[in-house]
Write a protein that binds this ligand. Structure first.
Ligand SMILES: *Cc1c(COP(=O)(O)O)cnc(C)c1O
Length: 233
């Protein structure tokens, strides 16, 4: 399962994109209102290049170190790619993330928000930020608890002046995702946030029904990953 040399990334990408378009139309939405992030974590640069060649521009990684190893070279060759940080951040890695990524999906606590604000002030870079919400209130998962979201949004805005774009969630693996997507959409709406980062390979069409603006799809594009601990939440 580690490598699938005959796995056709361009074909898989096209399939996912057409499912996204269909899901959006079925939900009465403009397909252009949903963006696909191709989650390339654990995959080497030579698996990413075919996706770029096929027209994909948004990519997601979940570890700063891995992205620092892979992406500077790719971005020199393909400057119009956009890099999204979707994994949990230790506060000492935040400055590196602000330096490299265009969007950060995993602002999940005060310490990370403060570190991001500091790094932005120092560098002048202002990647769009999403707050990760632990909609399932799972103890092992990071993210702000639903009851704390409104206060945290306010704090990110008024104390840290972060460029907040929306909310992100990863529903519990053993539950129907729909109620989690609905919950996230409601929290975003009442906080005036337009971005909804939700939906992975198994459930991105459902996420689109509930308003996802960014879906994060890895396996359905690149095939299975070598590392089982790949959802780093
Ligand atoms: C790995 C990962 C994804 C993609 O998961 P797939 O099931 O491979 O599509 C999406 N979001 C996050 C936060 C991830 O860590």
């Amino acid at each position: 399962m580690i490598d699938q040399p005959d796995h056709d990334i361009a074909t898989a990408l096209q399939e996912v994109q057409s499912r996204i378009d269909a899901a959006a139309r079925n939900a009465g939405r403009d397909p252009a209102s949903v963006s696909l992030i191709a989650v390339s974590k654990t995959h080497p640069a030579d698996h990413i290049v075919p996706a770029i060649a096929a027209g994909q521009r948004l990519f997601g990684e979940n570890r700063v170190q891995e992205a620092e190893d892979k992406w500077p070279g790719l971005r020199t060759r393909f400057p119009d790619t956009e890099l999204h940080m979707i994994g949990g951040l230790q506060s000492r890695k935040v400055a590196g993330a602000v330096a490299l990524f265009d969007v950060i999906h995993s602002i999940d606590r005060e310490k990370v928000a403060a570190a991001a604000a500091r790094a932005m002030a120092e560098t002048g870079r202002r990647p769009d930020c999403f707050i990760q919400v632990n909609t399932g209130e799972e103890p092992q998962k990071s993210g702000v608890l639903p009851r704390d979201v409104d206060a945290f949004v306010e704090q990110c805005r008024s104390v840290h002046d972060l460029p907040l774009a929306g909310l992100m969630c990863i529903p519990p693996a053993d539950q129907e995702p729909a109620p989690h997507f609905a919950l996230l959409a409601g929290m975003a709406e009442r906080n005036g946030l337009k971005g909804l980062s939700m939906g992975m390979s198994a459930d991105y069409e459902i996420a689109i029904q509930f308003g996802a603006t960014l879906v994060r799809v890895g396996t359905a594009i690149f095939g299975s990953r070598a590392s089982p601990a790949a959802v780093d939440a």
